[in-house]
Design a protein around this ligand. Structure first.
Ligand code: EPU
Length: 421
């Protein structure tokens, strides 16, 4: 198992380029199941979750060619409409094949996801929505079986709470349902908008993506991507992680190829904390930090609020801010696993239910720590960049799930990060 060895205390300088969004690429790949024609997708990040999704799609019946960050998919036939436990347990986003499979093949068998390091994360909203679209759902032997032999029919679906992949799953299913589907209390995340744009290019009729109400007029068939394909949006969580890396080390960094609007909530918090931020062009955020930071409270929310996927990284930043900050996690019930590891490095953090109270500034020192999930590992990398001495982060396979070559990107900006086996 790989580890990262990080020597802290070096301010980052230079330019870091953002990759394509993992959480946008995952549903885009699943959308290939909706059509028998070829799909061409650009800017697919080379991370482990994407490889897992590609393996799943190959088992289902897709032929996949990968050239750099371009992926060509062709699914003339659904061979096996199934997502097995071995894959679903390593990546919950496997449930994104559920909607497309029922819509195209009339049948899907997907393993129940089981436990997760950041919370219970059920998929009941996906299943309720599919039932409303006319699918029959059965659960046995740890699997969900969904059937709609005569096809799906449009319905009004109101989500009990906002769900990102739930919105994406049902959006895909509804494109091939008979009649109109309305998704209410839908997720407004940029990844949902990107998926809707891809589906529209494939012939779907969708209105309102990016708002809480999405209307879909079902069509009989979707075609492949038009000439030129579809380019995935920038990864806002990766971009945000690099912005925090610059701020925490007192660096001067331009994060390029990103969408500043998608990290607006983070930029606002960092400006309040005393970081200087400009946007020299439409796809670059320039950050300059003296390393002197003020504590600023933060609450995670659905988009356009502060992303839960940046909460752990923001906590690392707040360990370096003067004063007390309170971080409230509202999306997941158990997303503070990084707090104990940060404490091993000298951070002063008290947990109280859904809140973390951080007293700064702490002089962090390098230590052996363990990554517990994707974003928690990113927060440990950030803390290590500013800690005195050497930090060894174990189980970096978590970080490889969602960050493309993070060690090379940070090293090019001057950080001392080594991967060892
Ligand atoms: N929820 C339910 N029932 C459902 C679906 C969700 O109770 O059927 C609850 C969840 O347990 C959670 C809340 O609703 O408490 C929101 O969960 P959501 O469904 O929005 O999360 P997700 O779609 O499973 C995506 C991202 C996550 C990100 C969340 C929140 C992908 C592939 N994953 O997950 O990303 O944290 O939205 O923004 O898009 C990550 O990249 O590290 C990651 C975990």
């Amino acid at each position: 198992m790989d580890k990262f060895v990080i020597r802290g205390g070096i301010p980052l300088h230079g330019t870091i380029e953002t990759s394509g969004s993992k959480n946008s690429a995952l549903p885009a790949l699943a959308a290939a199941l909706l059509t028998e024609e070829p799909m061409l997708l650009h800017r697919i990040p080379r991370v482990r979750d994407i490889k897992t999704m590609q393996r799943l799609l190959v088992d289902i019946g897709s032929k996949i060619e990968v050239k750099g960050d371009t992926v060509c998919l062709d699914t003339p036939r659904i061979v096996s409409p199934e997502a097995p436990y071995e894959l679903v347990k390593t990546m919950r986003a496997s449930s994104l094949v559920l909607g497309p499979l029922v819509a195209r093949a009339g049948r899907a068998r997907v393993s129940m996801p089981g436990g997760c390091a950041i919370g219970a994360r059920p998929i009941d909203f996906h299943l309720n929505g599919l039932e409303q679209l006319g699918a029959k759902i059965n659960q046995e032997h740890g699997y969900i079986e969904a059937q709609a032999a005569d096809g799906l029919r449009g319905a009004l679906i109101k989500f009990a709470r906002i769900t990102v992949t739930g919105t994406e799953d049902l959006l895909m299913a509804a494109t091939l349902a008979r009649g109109e589907t309305v998704l209410e209390n839908a997720a407004r995340e940029p990844e949902v908008v990107d998926l809707a744009e891809l589906l529209i290019k494939m012939g779907a009729k969708i209105d309102g993506a990016g708002t809480s109400t999405i209307r879909i007029q079902g069509v009989a068939k979707l075609h492949g991507t038009p000439k030129g394909g579809h380019t995935i949006i920038a990864d806002r969580i990766e971009a945000g992680t690099f912005l925090i890396a610059a701020a925490i080390t007192g660096g001067d960094v331009k994060v390029t190829h990103c969408v500043p609007e998608h990290v607006r909530a983070l930029i606002a918090k960092m400006q309040q904390a005393g970081v200087e931020i400009t946007e020299p062009d439409a796809s670059t955020v320039h950050i300059r930090s003296s390393g002197k930071l003020r504590a600023v409270d933060m609450t995670t929310e659905e988009y356009p609020g502060f992303a839960t996927d940046l909460q752990a990284q923001y906590m690392a930043l707040m360990t370096q801010a003067e004063g007390i900050s309170i971080i409230t996690e509202t999306i997941f019930e158990n997303r503070f696993m990084h707090a104990q590891e940060l404490a091993r490095m000298g951070a002063k953090i008290r947990l109280d239910g859904r809140q973390a109270i951080i007293a700064g500034k702490s002089d962090l020192t390098g230590a052996g720590v363990i990554a517990s999930d994707l974003r928690a590992s990113a927060s440990l990398v950030l803390a290590a960049l500013v800690a005195k001495g050497e930090t060894v982060i174990d189980r970096v396979y978590h970080i490889d799930r969602g960050y493309e070559k993070i060690e090379s990107k940070l090293s090019r900006a001057g950080a001392s990060v080594r991967r060892v086996e």
